[in-house]
Every structure is written in structure tokens, then in C-alpha cells.
Design a protein around this ligand. Structure first.
Ligand SMILES: *Cc1c(COP(=O)(O)O)cnc(C)c1O
Length: 610
């Protein structure tokens, strides 16, 4: 447990060295020093750290593997990729994607009007821009404008209605250039895993074979068949199994070949969507998906070549739209721990009397004499005694101080027994862990920063940033600071998390949540009016690292404003009431006001020492 299954999920991005979690890159800074560097400036609350070198790594990996597969399989089509903006639209991510992707002409995919506008303004020259999702006439017209600006844009139609609108716009706005057209095909193959809903005959998107034939004749009649350049499918996110994508490829590959034979001469691209998985698994010690990027790319290339060769059709260019694979690893959420709830059980809180009840004296002796040999027997005695002591309390025979002493002693007896028997776990000991679980309160909101955990129970790997030379012994659950009981990552026997026993009066303790760079940020919500964490981009070189401050958490007035309140009205009302208040001395009014203003201009996360 000491390494938190780093070898399973971290893709060698992080390593443990001298008890610290470090970036496995160039000068190898530790996450702790980066965090402390930021906090020295007085920043409190959660931090979101972005590492653009990890976006570069993923882009390079994607292209390298497809290029290699193309070479090995003597494939005669090209390879292109686009980054789906819905995965992360934040400026630092789009900037890293376009900068690091420039040498490959890595493009962007948009699924809404706002994303399309973003793509039009940020995309590299010559890089492909694909548009998926439902579109109205206005969005389609935007596509025509983009094409007329010289963008390499493909509008993928999700239904016949959209195609009809494209044909209409082409007719009514003859001055605009008609964009390339793609058709999303409805496959009978479905994906696997949590997000498999995008494929299959009952999927939300795509044309059936009858509709595809209809589309071809609509395009022919409108004289636009040469604009049809792409067919597209996407069977779902986080594909856990490679078999369904191979089935989908065979189906889509054959549709492609058929359309070529039906006279779609400009058709030259097959877009296989996204869905490459990211490892979130931290508990089973095993990978949660059954393929590597090498296997994936070589299967795709091999299968398409095979189908096209059999039908005597030229090899199409391959497009992919994997987003999670590109963005997930680049962001780490750092959450300071504010409190360990069972610190109350520390030995220093024991307050024995001159004369203690006999059962307490016995517990005390059990605790002192506990050793490897006797601990199971002593543990049973202690569990027995605490039941009796609690009954004595109910009946009024012992007082609150006695009860507190008894609870602390038993807690520590269980803890010590678990420690002594850590290599020999019985079911009984295993179950006792739950009783002993420590609740770590973090200065963060699960609703804001890990919404897929709240909504889908998607686990994110979590681990402390230091003390990694020590065996963590506390079975742990994590509570966030929202006052909602869903803001909790509970201790699960089948997915146990262990953290260190820390005295927060003595030192700080931070938890890192990993692979949070895909989907979490714009899905995150302001439950309890907690805002997004403060964000930093960390660039690492041979000498050290450089931190750029990207975005401050919204302050309290800003977040109230964002849901429709007027900032000045709130401020004036509070001011007026302070002026009027008879409880605040006249000479203190000014100070009270400035104190209030300081608070209102800070974010709402807690500002205790952590
Ligand atoms: C969401 C989506 C993607 C990205 O999926 P990932 O699992 O993040 O790779 C790609 N294509 C389409 C059409 C999508 O809707």
C-alpha cells in the first residue's frame, strides 16, 4: 500500500523518491515543494496544478504509435487527430494542445456553438476542425463561415435533418464556401464500460443504413456529393475492452467501402471517434482495460487495410478524437487536509483519576502489555470491556471522564493490534478497520473538483504527497467541506484507502487526486457556492520549475454575482446595517467594514492554517 499502486495508474508520470512524490521529468520536483511554493504566497484552499509536458507526452504517444502502425502495415492512408473540446475547454489546456500539436497538425473537435467559435479562433493553420453534436441552421452557417475563412472544417451530420439544412444553406448563401461533410453512422456494435451509451442501434446519434443511402441521394441531387469526405462513429468513452471497437471498425469500414463503390469519390477519411481509456484503478492492483495504445493503433490500421484490400478500395485516412487519453493525466488536484477527526483519540487526551473504575484499570493494563503474541486475546477482552463500560455509563455508574478514557484506550488497543497483526489479517481484524477509520477533512469540494465521483462513482487515484517512506496505517475516508453527506469518499473494505497518522498541529498534510484533467472542470458545480480551485501551470525544465498563476478562485462576491445577485446591493446593505448597529462601537465601525470587505473579496474555502 506504501506506493498507492503508482505503477498501475501513473504511466510513469510520477515516482516516489525519499518519501516524496515527484514528477518523473527533467529536474523531478516534488509535488510538495510545488505546493509549498504556491502556499507561501498566502494561497489557501484547493489547488489545481497543470503540467503541460504531460499533454505533450500523450500527443506524441498517440501520433508515434499510429505512425508506426502505418509503417509496419504498409498502410497507404494518413493519420490525423483532433482534440474534442468538451473534454477540457480551459485556455491553458487548449494552448498546450495547439502548441504541442502544431508539428502534427493536431486539430480540434467542437460539439456546440461556443466550442465551434473557440475552435475557429484557436486552431492551428492547416489543422482539421470537426464538428459533431446537434446543429441548427445558425451553427451550420457558422461552419460555412469557417470554411470561407479557410479552415479545414468538416460538419458531421447526426441525422438527415441536418443534411437538409446544409443543402439549404448552400443554396441560400452561395457566396460562402461549402464545408466538408461527414456522416455519423449508427452501428449495431456498442462499446463497453460506464460511458458505452454512444454506440448501438438505440444510440442518441447517427444515421442508419437506409438513412445513409438517402443521404447519398440527397447529396447527389444537390450537387454536393464531392463535399462528402468523412464517415464517423464514436462508440463511447473509456473503452475497457478492445473487442467492441474492432467490431465497430469492421462495420464502419465496410460502410465506407460500400459508399466508395456507390460513387462517393471524395470520401477519403474514416473517423473512429474517441474512447481510449485512462487508468483510474488504484485498488485491485490490475489494469482496468485490456489493451495498450500499441495494440489499439495496430489493430485499427491492420483491420482497415484488411477490409479495404478485400474490397479493392483505397486506404482511407484515419482520424481519431480521443480526448480523455490526451488530457486526463495533465491535471492534479491538491487538497490540504484540515482535520483528522479521531485525533481526539490520541493518548495525550487520556486523563486518569487517582482512583479509576476496575475495568478501566484493566483496559489500561491490556494496552500497556499488548504484544504480538497476546494481542488477539487482549483485543477480545478490550472489546468485551468497552461494552460493559458503556452499559455502566448508561446506568450512571461511571462518569463522562471514565467513558472518554475507556474509548481512547479501546481505540488505541484496536489500532495497535491491527499494526501488530498487519501481515496476518483475519476477517475480524479486517472488519475492525471500518470501526477505526479515520476521517480526513479536506479543504475542497468533491462536487466542484471531482464531479464524476459524485455522479458516477468514478474513482480517481488519490495519495499523500509525502511520508511515503512510511506504511500508512489509518483506514481512511475523505470528507469535503460542503455540508452535504454526498461530499464524501467513504472507506470501502473492497477498495481500502490507508493514510498516515498525522498531527496537523505539527505539520501539513496534502492529498493529491490524479488524472482529473478530463471532463471534471466544466462539469464541476458550485454546490454550497464553493468555486473552482485556484489554478497554476507548472513548467519543468532541467534546472527546476516555473509556476504561472492562471486563475484565482472566484471570491465570495463574484460567486454571488454569478448566480444573479448584485454585488453592490449586497455590499451596501451590509454597510448600512453596520452603520446602524447599536452593538458596534462608533470608532470600530470603520475597521469592521474593512474586515468584512477583506472576507468578501476572498474565496469561500476555509482559511485555517491549512
Ligand atoms: C466525447 C466525444 C469524444 C471524446 O471521447 P473520449 O472518451 O474523451 O476520448 C470523441 N468523439 C465524440 C463524438 C465525442 O462525443
Amino acid at each position: 500500500m506504501k506506493n498507492y499502486a503508482l505503477e498501475v495508474w501513473s504511466n510513469n508520470n510520477f515516482i516516489i523518491d525519499q518519501g516524496l512524490l515527484k514528477l518523473n521529468y527533467k529536474s523531478m520536483p516534488s509535488l510538495l515543494e510545488i505546493t509549498q511554493n504556491i502556499r507561501e504566497k498566502g494561497v489557501r484552499g484547493p489547488l489545481l496544478l497543470r503540467f503541460p509536458h504531460l499533454i505533450k507526452k500523450q500527443i506524441d504517444t498517440l501520433y508515434k504509435n499510429f505512425h508506426k502502425a502505418i509503417e509496419i502495415n504498409d498502410y497507404r492512408g494518413g493519420f490525423s487527430a483532433v482534440f474534442p473540446l468538451k473534454v477540457n475547454q480551459y485556455p491553458q489546456v487548449v494552448e498546450a494542445v495547439t502548441k504541442e500539436g502544431k508539428r502534427y497538425d493536431y486539430g480540434l473537435e467542437a460539439g456546440s456553438k461556443a466550442e465551434l467559435i473557440l475552435a475557429m479562433s484557436e486552431i492551428n493553420e492547416n489543422a482539421p476542425l470537426t464538428v459533431n453534436g446537434f446543429k441548427d441552421e445558425e451553427m451550420i452557417t457558422l461552419g460555412f463561415i469557417a470554411a470561407s475563412m479557410g479552415k479545414k472544417i468538416t460538419l458531421t451530420v447526426e441525422g438527415l435533418g441536418e443534411l437538409e439544412t446544409i443543402i439549404e444553406v448552400a443554396k441560400n448563401k452561395p457566396n460562402f464556401k461549402v464545408p466538408s461533410i461527414g456522416i455519423r453512422v449508427r452501428l449495431h456494435s456498442t462499446g463497453s464500460g460506464t460511458w458505452a451509451k454512444s454506440g448501438g442501434m438505440d444510440a442518441k446519434f447517427g444515421l442508419t443504413s437506409t438513412e445513409i443511402l438517402e443521404a447519398i441521394s440527397l447529396l447527389k441531387n444537390a450537387g454536393l456529393l464531392e463535399n462528402l469526405t468523412m464517415i464517423h462513429f464514436h462508440i463511447g468513452s473509456q473503452m475497457s475492452d478492445i473487442a467492441p471497437i474492432k467490431r465497430a471498425l469492421r462495420e464502419a469500414g465496410n460502410i465506407y467501402a460500400e459508399l466508395k463503390m456507390l460513387g462517393a469519390t471524395s470520401l477519403s477519411n474514416i473517423n473512429i471517434g474517441g474512447g481510449l481509456a485512462v487508468e483510474y484503478e488504484q485498488h485491485s492492483g490490475k489494469k482496468s482495460y485490456n489493451y495498450s495504445i500499441e495494440e489499439f493503433s495496430s489493430s485499427v490500421v491492420f483491420l482497415l487495410a484488411d477490409i479495404m484490400n478485400a474490397k479493392g478500395v483505397e486506404h482511407p485516412n484515419i482520424y481519431t478524437e480521443s480526448g480523455r487519453f490526451i488530457a486526463a493525466s495533465h491535471a492534479v488536484l491538491i487538497a490540504p487536509v484540515l482535520e483528522l477527526f479521531s485525533q481526539d483519540y490520541q493518548e495525550r487526551h487520556l486523563k486518569f483519576k487517582q482512583k479509576n473504575p476496575p475495568l478501566i484499570e484493566e483496559l489500561r493494563a491490556l494496552y500497556e502489555d499488548l504484544n504480538q503474541k497476546n494481542c488477539i486475546e487482549y483485543l477480545h477482552d478490550a472489546l468485551d470491556h468497552i461494552e460493559s463500560l458503556l452499559t455502566l455509563f448508561d446506568l450512571g455508574y461511571i462518569d463522562l471522564q471514565d467513558r472518554s478514557n475507556a474509548e481512547i484506550l479501546v481505540h488505541n488497543i484496536i489500532k495497535k493490534s491491527l499494526y501488530l497483526k498487519r501481515s496476518f489479517t483475519t476477517n475480524e481484524l479486517f472488519e475492525l478497520q471500518v470501526r477505526l477509520q479515520e476521517r480526513y477533512l479536506i479543504n475542497a469540494s468533491i462536487f466542484q473538483s471531482l464531479p464524476d465521483y459524485w455522479g458516477l462513482e468514478q474513482n480517481f487515484p488519490v495519495m499523500p504527497l509525502h511520508h511515503l517512506e512510511l506504511e500508512p496505517l489509518h483506514p481512511a475516508s475523505i470528507w469535503d467541506i460542503t455540508c452535504d453527506s454526498d461530499g464524501e469518499i467513504g472507506f470501502k473494505e473492497e477498495k481500502p484507502l490507508y493514510l498516515h497518522d498525522i498531527d496537523l498541529d505539527e505539520e501539513e498534510y496534502f492529498l493529491g487526486f490524479f488524472n482529473v484533467g478530463a471532463y471534471q472542470e466544466t462539469l464541476g458545480m458550485a454546490h454550497n457556492l464553493f468555486t473552482h480551485p485556484s489554478e497554476y501551470t507548472v513548467k519543468i525544465d532541467e534546472e527546476g520549475f516555473e509556476i504561472t498563476f492562471d486563475k484565482e478562485s472566484k471570491n465570495i462576491l463574484e460567486i454571488l454575482e454569478s448566480i444573479g445577485y448584485e454585488k453592490t446591493k449586497i455590499l451596501n446593505k451590509l454597510k448600512e446595517e453596520i452603520e446602524k448597529s447599536a452593538f458596534i462601537a462608533k470608532k470600530e465601525k470603520k475597521d469592521t467594514l474593512s474586515l468584512l470587505e477583506i472576507y468578501l473579496n476572498q474565496n469561500g474555502y476555509l482559511r485555517t492554517t491549512n
